[in-house]
Ligand binder design. Structure first.
Ligand code: GTP
Length: 370
């Protein structure tokens, strides 16, 4: 390695080894944000699970029945934001709870409102990014979507396939097997294998855990393999704290025993939470930015360019055919003058398009925010 021209073998210390510390300090000061969405059939425990995941009551405002049934049905897309702090590190967490589907007689395109919501967040970001003030852009892009699969079916249902395929190019999908306490360990294993096969068979592109670096230690590699094999994560949610062997734990109390949410022998809840928070949060954000948002942006720019080209050809054709629309012909106009006029029209159109992107007439509807 080159030693900054100080001569071979010189160990002079310049100080760029502290660069990671500078980045660390800056990121901690700025704080982190993460947006998690939950989607899936109605009544599978989506709202209950997000409450359990972040050890916070996101639904305290909803009308209460009793502690266990505090969460009522989600009837529209709802955004909850909480600021959590742990050892001086701040995290602004946004949970997007979507209404469960499958209850209606006609479930055609039940994914539409969720897909639109994701697109609208991209659109807002695209507008902000193309605007004049690009500082402090609020990033509401959805970084991960936990997709709940029913434990009562024989694998994926046609609606699950349709839903995931409608979203897989827009968001990182992490499938979870809901209400795992209703299944025996053998059933969980069998269902997981079936669902993994079906995901492959139907070409559903779920979130791919990045490959391990070759220099990682064996323990890390094994954990990584276990994580990949756990898909879909078998989860259990609960809003109540129960007493189990003298400890107070989040769990579900049945006449025949207690199911502990955070017990790895009972379900994959801890694995899922570690993946989301401890190990893969940054990667989920990177994939959102580098793949899903880039796709959206490229698509937008492509359609804008297509509009410009179309308009340009129209201008050119109408001039060549001698009609006055949209710019009146000037007697004796030269080709160069025609070209100049058309270029000006292009610019005008481009400006109009940019105004539309930056404009205040945002297409983004308001969702319930708490
Ligand atoms: P929608 O709002 O209709 O989309 O429902 P949801 O998916 O948000 O389900 P919710 O969290 O409201 O839970 C529905 C019911 O399932 C409640 O009675 C919960 O107590 C119960 N429930 C939630 N999680 C679990 C679980 O892991 N196992 C079992 N057995 N029941 C659960």
């Amino acid at each position: 390695m080159c030693e900054l021209g100080l001569g071979k073998g010189s160990q002079e210390y310049v100080g760029f080894a502290t660069l990671p510390n500078q980045v660390h300090r800056k990121s901690v000061k700025k704080g982190f944000d993460f947006t998690l969405m939950v989607a899936g059939e109605s009544g599978l425990g989506k709202s209950t699970l997000v409450n359990s995941l972040f050890l916070t009551d996101l639904y305290k405002d909803r009308k209460l029945l009793n502690a266990e049934e505090r969460i009522t049905q989600t009837v529209e897309i709802t955004k909850h934001t909480v600021d959590i702090e742990e050892k001086g590190v701040k995290l602004k967490l946004t949970i997007v709870d979507t209404p469960g589907f499958g209850d209606a007689v006609n479930n055609t395109e039940c994914w539409r409102s969720v897909a639109d919501y994701i697109d609208q967040q991209f659109e807002q970001y695209f507008r902000d990014e193309s605007g004049l003030n690009r500082k402090n852009i609020q990033d509401n892009r959805v970084h991960c979507c936990l997709y709940f699969i029913s434990p009562f079916g024989h694998g994926l249902r046609p609606l699950d396939v349709e839903f995931m395929k409608a979203l897989h190019e827009k968001v990182n999908i992490v499938p979870v097997l809901a209400k795992a306490d209703t299944l025996t360990p053998t059933e969980v294993k069998r269902k997981k294998t079936k669902i993994q096969e079906e995901i492959e068979q139907y070409g559903i592109k779920i979130y791919q855990f990045p490959d391990c670096d070759s220099d990682e230690d064996e323990e890390f590699k094994q954990q990584d393999q276990e994580l990949k094999a756990s898909i879909p994560f078998a989860v259990i949610g609960s809003n109540t704290v129960v007493e189990a062997k003298g400890r107070r734990v989040r769990g579900r109390l049945y006449p025949w025993g207690i199911v502990e949410v955070e017990n790895s022998a009972h379900c994959d809840f801890v694995k899922l939470r570690n993946m989301l928070i401890r190990t893969h949060m940054q990667d989920l954000k990177d994939v959102t930015r580098e793949t899903h948002y880039e796709n959206y942006r490229a698509h937008c720019i492509q359609s804008m360019t297509r509009m410009v080209v179309k308009e340009r050809n129209r201008n050119k054709l109408t001039r060549e055919s001698g009609t006055d629309f949209p710019i009146p012909m000037v007697p004796g106009e030269t080709d160069a003058e025609t070209e100049k006029l058309i270029r000006e029209k292009d610019e005008e159109l481009m400006n109009k398009l940019m105004d539309r992107i930056r404009g205040p007439d945002a297409l983004v509807p308001q969702y319930i925010t708490t």
